[in-house]
Ligand binder design. Sequence first.
Ligand SMILES: Cc1cc2nc3c(=O)[nH]c(=O)nc-3n(C[C@H](O)[C@H](O)[C@H](O)COP(=O)(O)OP(=O)(O)OC[C@H]3O[C@@H](n4cnc5c(N)ncnc54)[C@H](O)[C@@H]3O)c2cc1C
Length: 442
Amino acid sequence: MDRRHFLLVPPSLALGSLALPSTSLSASIAIHSKTQLLARSGKGPRIVICGGGWGGMTSARYLRKLIPDAEVVLLERNPTFWSGPMSNKWLIDIVDTDFLNHDMLSPANKYGYTLINTEVTAIERDKKTVRTTHGAIDYDYLILSGGIRNAYEAWFGNDVRAAEYTRQHFPNAYIPNAEMFALKNKLKSFKGGTIVMTLPPPPHRCPPSPYERACLMAWHIKTNKIPGKIIILDPKPKIAPIGEGYKAAFEELYPDIITHVPNAKVTEVDPFNKRIKTAAGDFDFDDAVLMPPHQAADMVWYADLIGTGADGKPTGWADIHPRLFTARADEDVYVVGDSMGFISDQFGHYPKSAHVAHAVAKIVAQNIAERVAGKDVVPVLPDNLCYMMVNGDPQEEISVVFEYELDANGKVLQTQIDMDVRTADLVKEDFAWIESRFNDFL
Ligand SMILES: Cc1cc2nc3c(=O)[nH]c(=O)nc-3n(C[C@H](O)[C@H](O)[C@H](O)COP(=O)(O)OP(=O)(O)OC[C@H]3O[C@@H](n4cnc5c(N)ncnc54)[C@H](O)[C@@H]3O)c2cc1C
């Protein structure tokens, strides 16, 4: 990494502890830094996609469909695909592990792209090269779909020990990795006491989903008659989105279990003594789901594509063209999914959802196909839709729909419709939604 790239990596990486934890990984980077990951094949453009989650796998499938002679290479560090959607339901066994966790080789073979299991460690845009733990790969177009990172340094500064302790003892399971199993095991063995759940400040991954998680954990506590309570520490002044639906669920289904505390911006976290200070008071806990602020995935920082706010500080999110999804600093780099930054002063960011990641991935594949064919790119906007389960028996959900349009000045405008009445019909729609999406890219 040159000095510029080094200075721009998030503090956690600069400290060399959270995301580059082991000397074996550093050694591997050194050994493989000169290795060519994959020789070019064919005459078409090479499109490299970093991150094989919702956005990355969808991009790969549609690029192969729309640009048949393109060489599409997907770089993903996990051996299998894990879905965020439905993972709260999985915590209480409404769906099983096979529903969330999928083989990635079959879709790669079915759709004809190359999948390489490796960790992206640097991006040199001046050389159009991605560096990984297994070698370097050059590209004509690059798509970054790495999701989010947990910005623990917002709480702990340079105290890597506190950050690691928090991650290990109070996992939040918001990134597809082993934390999901850890949280599920914790819930299964929970015998009672107070669980505190911190919500990140907006924008963050899947805004309604922490409340869904609280409801389903509360349902488990209620059903199993566990003497437990859940305190939601919310930095926002009120529950959003689907605020009325969640409020009704908290009050009608879990009045003795869930307490929602608004305006509870976290000011200090002491994971060792299980104590949190917030703008709404101090809280001791027996167990916790601790979500620090979210930011764009590390790879966006490596690529030096993080935006700068009016205060001159990094926004934490990719600086992109709001209608074309290209990085403002580099039109050959696209950002898809949760890493995408500011879109419109009417609503800020697109909701960081799988629905949006999937929709934008298809749009970006279409946009690249138009460019490769020498055509003008026609801007297309996504939509968004999220279903959230609030009751385990009978199974009932609420939902939210977002629609987007362009005004006469080209600004993106959002309309939000909350479905606050919980129904069993929305559960059916939810399962139909995810099956149609899984069938599209898995
Ligand atoms: C509990 C929960 C519930 C949710 N519920 C819903 C829902 O009901 N509906 C909905 O629409 N959305 C929901 N979401 C949100 C959804 O999961 C995300 O918005 C979606 O996954 C974003 O897609 P993405 O491609 O940006 O990121 P991801 O799907 O997270 O994919 C990113 C991929 O990049 C990989 N990666 C990251 N860094 C590197 C690297 N350096 N090298 C190699 N690979 C890397 C990761 O391993 C990962 O596979 C939920 C999320 C959670 C956590």
